[in-house]
Design a protein around this ligand. Structure first.
Ligand code: GLU
Length: 424
């Protein structure tokens, strides 16, 4: 098994290399069997599809998309679909593996997958977006399904996109199959609380961290990068819980008010202007300035590789709670560890979304829908117990929280693999 030497430049730019570096470190600490090491390092399937679409102006365009299934060992594959010009196969491979580890950390019966289409949704009409979604679904139809692989929303996809996937799949199946995707609209078999679940999950683990580190909530300053489905809900819930959210941002830039932002008013501003920028009761700042603000809790809730060897030394937060997948590079981890930053790693911190997706899948299959209080209560139980498990594991094995989460997850998937054996 190769030992981890963190010198490679691509560790800061390629999410798959970044994921593998952590996997290798955890596997080495677990003394993982060399065969299992090879098996768990490799995805189960990688599908590349080409999506022809007649655009609104009559032009025929071809988009490239992927679905990567990393593991089916603990159950059907599970993971989102993102639409972005930055989608690459390596990114999909990393995100699919992260889904496997994430589902194992919170101990839900799924493996991991991820999909994406290389496109810029801000330049597409609704009807072009629908055509891309339906044709992409048709191209990956054979490998998805309620018992095979269950997509969900991710960056630039939402309830409407899930409704189109569900409908396309159902038309081919000649019956309504609501459990083929999660994150659907409520009326189509979605779950109460699913939309807010990733942000609410962040609140649960932050509250546990606050207890663990003895932070005094009313004075605790929070900075959030990203104001999409994860960041905006986290801001709202943390504000309601008494935290002082001092800065938030989106792709266009950030806003800062050291006394605390009035989050309901920021949300109103975003509804009207489609960005946090220009909010009157705050000073503007850039996304990189935002990450370096003095605060107790920093929540990167945007995209990968935001905290790198270049800025990690200037991160002032006591707690780094990763709302995004892969926001911190392995080099940055080392710097943050020296600085004593308490990291709540992505595969634990943002697992609230997939946990509520699991609840949605269960409700669809039962045909019986839960009250929102029950969804939130069960979500809280899972997030709190998973946080405690990871922190206890880290203390017991003298590793940091990230490596503890990977070790816990890899150990669980390895255990299931051994039980099932390898089909030949
Ligand atoms: N896209 C989300 C994630 O990265 C949710 C995945 C899901 O619910 O399947 O965790």
């Amino acid at each position: 098994m190769p030992s981890v030497t963190i010198v490679d430049e691509t560790l800061e730019t390629n999410p798959n290399q970044a994921m593998m570096a952590r996997f290798d470190e955890a596997a080495e600490k677990l003394n993982l069997d060399p065969g299992l090491y090879k098996f768990l390092r490799t995805p189960n399937k990688e599908l590349t599809v080409y999506i022809p679409v007649v655009m609104d102006d009559g032009r025929l365009e071809v988009f490239k998309g992927y679905r990567v299934q990393h593991s089916i060992v603990r159950g059907p594959c599970k993971g989102g679909i993102r639409y972005s010009p930055d989608v690459t196969l390596d990114e999909m491979k990393a995100l699919a593996a992260w889904m496997t580890w994430k589902c194992a950390v919170v101990n839900i019966p799924f493996g991991g997958a991820k999909g994406g289409v290389i496109c810029d949704p801000s330049k597409l009409s609704l009807s072009e977006l629908e055509k891309i979604t339906r044709r992409y679904t048709a191209e990956i139809l054979d490998i998805i399904g309620p018992d095979r692989d269950i997509p969900a929303p991710d960056i630039n996809t939402n309830e409407q996109v899930m409704a189109w996937i569900m409908d396309t799949y159902s038309m081919h199946a000649r019956r309504t199959v609501s459990s083929v995707v999660t994150g659907k609209p409520l009326g189509l078999g979605g779950s109460r609380g699913r939309r807010e679940a990733t942000g609410r999950g962040l609140l649960f683990v932050i509250q546990e961290a606050a207890k663990h580190l003895d932070l005094k909530v009313p004075r605790t300053a929070v900075v959030i990068q990203g104001f999409g489905n994860v960041g905006s809900v986290a801001a709202e819930l943390l504000g309601q819980a008494g935290y002082r959210v001092v800065a938030v941002s989106d792709v266009q830039g950030g806003i800062h008010n050291a006394r605390g932002l009035d989050i309901p008013r920021v949300l109103q501003h975003v509804q009207k202007h489609k960005t946090v920028v220009g909010f009157p009761e705050a000073e503007p700042l850039t996304n990189s300035e935002l990450l370096e603000l003095p605060c107790e809790i920093l929540i990167p809730a945007a995209t990968e590789n935001q905290i790198t060897s270049k800025n990690a030394g200037r991160i002032q937060a006591r707690v780094l709670c990763e709302g995004a997948n892969g926001p911190t590079t392995p080099q940055a981890d080392q710097i943050l560890e020296q600085r004593g930053t308490f990291i709540i790693p992505d595969i634990l911190a943002n697992a609230g979304g997939v946990t509520a997706s699991y609840f949605e899948w269960v409700q669809d299959r039962e045909g019986y829908f839960w009250k929102e209080e029950l969804v939130n209560e069960r979500l809280g139980e899972i997030m709190v117990s998973s946080f405690r498990e990871v922190v206890t594991y880290a203390e017991r094995h003298r590793v940091n929280n990230r490596i503890a989460a990977y070790m816990l997850a890899i150990d669980r998937v390895a255990y299931h693999t051994k039980l099932r054996g390898i089909y030949a």
